[in-house]
Design a protein around this ligand. Structure first.
Ligand code: ATP
Ligand code: MG
Length: 393
């Protein structure tokens, strides 16, 4: 038996050529998400996409609910453009709704195909009456129905659907290019990565690992965070960059109050090198204005001045409570709060500088880290391809 899924996407700002590009990319992402499932085709009509499946409908719905660009996905039924056929399909659909425990409904019809002989309200009325007659246990409630049976009368067929899973919205991955995400094991950076992805950016996560100051448990946290993010993109390529030598060299130079700024500047430089390798054109961090000493405006300025790439900070104006709320919703919070230190929490200065002078920072930093150490660290990166574990999700 064939199963049909109706996928809807937002249309804001989609005009002309962009729309085509957006749709093509969205379809590619849907195909990728559905890899391994029995899909027999994806077609498009007027701002909607239809996926035909030979089975595994629920699995397909779940996976599609993680595809950026989609606003909602629904299991759907099709019927010939004939009132009797539409009524039969509606009755069938509402028998399922009753079996699922629902007891009130209404019908909503849209008629882009103006050649259909009845107007939308007439179709709703006729179909509603047929359902009332033939499906016991169901009543009409036009104001707050538990079930809305949607009927769309299109050029080729009628489509009916009533169940709906929300999608993440946003733009399809890749339409905005690619960026390197500086991913610590903390609460903030995975949320920042997700937000950047939702605007169509593919991400390449980079984690700076200071073994043995930071344990392999800290690295595992980052791998697990990537696994959650991978739901939205099927696979991520995590760079684990050995950071111990650089961190040690920085510490040996004294200037305790500037240590965090030094670390950040090094992270930026290394991330920019990964970006060049990966064809990424921006960096993303989980920084939020004023959250800690290294996130005041002067600190951010001193941090980003060492790279030419734009540094995106999606969380810049969110407060911690809001970030936590988003982390919980995303499913990264419980992983992030596991108690393993990351490299920035290992040697926190007692009196961190909140208003670093850029010239002073540059002068005190000069000569602390040999350029070879930077090249060496990037070359020694461990590259981990991390895929989604759909079974476990
Ligand atoms: P998070 O919860 O993301 O760790 P935070 O508020 O603890 O954020 P900091 O530790 O000050 O922030 O780090 C600021 C940003 O620098 C992080 O959001 C992240 O983008 C980047 N960063 C910090 N440590 C690392 C690391 N070890 N590897 C990769 N990126 C890092
Ligand atoms: Mg952190």
């Amino acid at each position: 038996m064939k199963h049909l899924i109706l996928a809807r996407y937002g249309e804001v700002g989609l005009k002309g050529k962009n729309r085509r590009l957006f749709e093509n990319q969205l379809i590619r992402r849907m195909e990728e998400a559905l890899t391994g499932l029995p899909v027999s085709g994806i077609s498009r009509t007027h701002g909607r996409l239809y996926v035909t499946m030979d089975g595994q409908l629920d699995e397909a719905l779940k996976r599609l609910s993680y595809v950026f660009g989609l606003v909602a996905v629904s299991p759907a039924q099709s019927a010939a453009l004939d009132l009797a056929e539409i009524k039969a399909a509606a009755v069938q659909a509402m028998i399922e709704a009753v079996a699922a425990g629902y007891s009130t409904f209404k019908v909503e019809t849209r008629r882009p195909n103006k050649s259909f002989p009845l107007k939308s309200p007439e179709v709703s009325r006729e179909v509603g009456a047929a359902v009332l007659q033939q499906v016991p246990g169901l009543m009409v409630d036009v104001h707050s129905p538990q079930v809305v049976l949607n009927i769309e009368l299109r050029e080729d067929q009628a489509y009916l659907y009533w169940r709906e899973l929300p999608g993440p919205g946003g733009l399809p991955l890749g339409v905005s290019g690619r960026a390197v995400l500086l991913l610590s094991g903390g609460i903030d950076s995975p949320v920042a990565g997700w937000m950047a992805m939702s605007r169509g950016l593919e991400i390449v996560p980079v984690y700076f690992h200071s073994f043995p100051f930071t344990s392999d448990r800290a690295k595992e946290k980052v791998v697990d965070l990537c696994r959650v993010l991978a739901h939205y993109c099927t696979q991520v390529k995590l760079y684990v960059i050995p950071f111990t030598k650089i961190q040690t060299a920085l510490r040996e130079g004294g200037s305790e109050e500037l240590q965090t700024i030094f670390l950040r500047r090094m992270m930026m430089r290394l991330a920019a090198k990964v970006a060049a390798k990966e064809g990424a054109t921006a960096l993303i961090t989980g920084e939020s204005l004023g959250q800690v000493a290294s996130q005041t405006l002067p600190s951010l300025a001193a941090t980003e001045e060492v790279v030419d790439l734009p540094v995106l900070r999606p969380l810049i104006a969110l407060d911690k409570q809001e970030i936590i709320r988003r982390a919980k919703k995303l499913g990264t919070y419980e992983i992030s709060i596991r108690p393993y230190a990351d490299c920035c929490t290992v040697f926190v200065p007692r009196h961190p500088e909140t208003h670093p002078d850029r010239a002073v920072v540059a002068q005190k930093e000069a000569g602390l880290v040999a350029p070879e150490l930077i090249t060496e660290a990037v070359a020694a990166a461990e590259i981990l391809p991390i895929t989604t574990d759909w079974e476990g999700s």
